[in-house]
Design a protein around this ligand. Sequence first.
Ligand code: SF4
Length: 180
Amino acid sequence: MDRLKIATIWLGGCSGCHMSFLDLDEWLIELVGKAEIVYSPLMDIKEFPKGVDATLVEGAVANKDNLELLRTVRVNSKLIIAFGDCAVTGNVTAMRNIIECPRRALETAYLQLSAGNKSIPNEPGILPELLTPVVPIHQVVAVDAFIPGCPPSAQRIKLALELLLNGQPVILPPEELKFG
Ligand code: SF4
């Protein structure tokens, strides 16, 4: 039987959800025996592939690059799983929404609060255009399943992946749907 093709992506997030994924430790060996990881920020693959069975999406949609990648993922993935609270609700990434104006957000981060070199990066292509408001992924594309948590525990991620590998709907039990 063909192994499931699984991808992970990282939009507007801190990478903590992917760190928790790595906390699966030795179970990752079992996972790659049953599934093929075909795209991930943990690997050096440049283009999102076609025909992916399931993609775990970390982070909210905060800029144009996030938007473009998420739309590409939707076209090429049977299932999209919101991976962590930023993807599920906007969470920490959406706190930028209180500043409304993207330019003011950049000034706050790079000028006002920076302890070192106070300048906004301006080389061509270095900063994707920020979107306002920052939104959770279900506001952009259809989402098939949710793994809440900031970050979700490795145990919760494992539970979701086991459902996926067993061909069951990725619906976590109520005690695993708590945020935090
Ligand atoms: Fe980071 Fe938490 Fe957002 Fe995951 S949910 S990207 S750990 S802030």
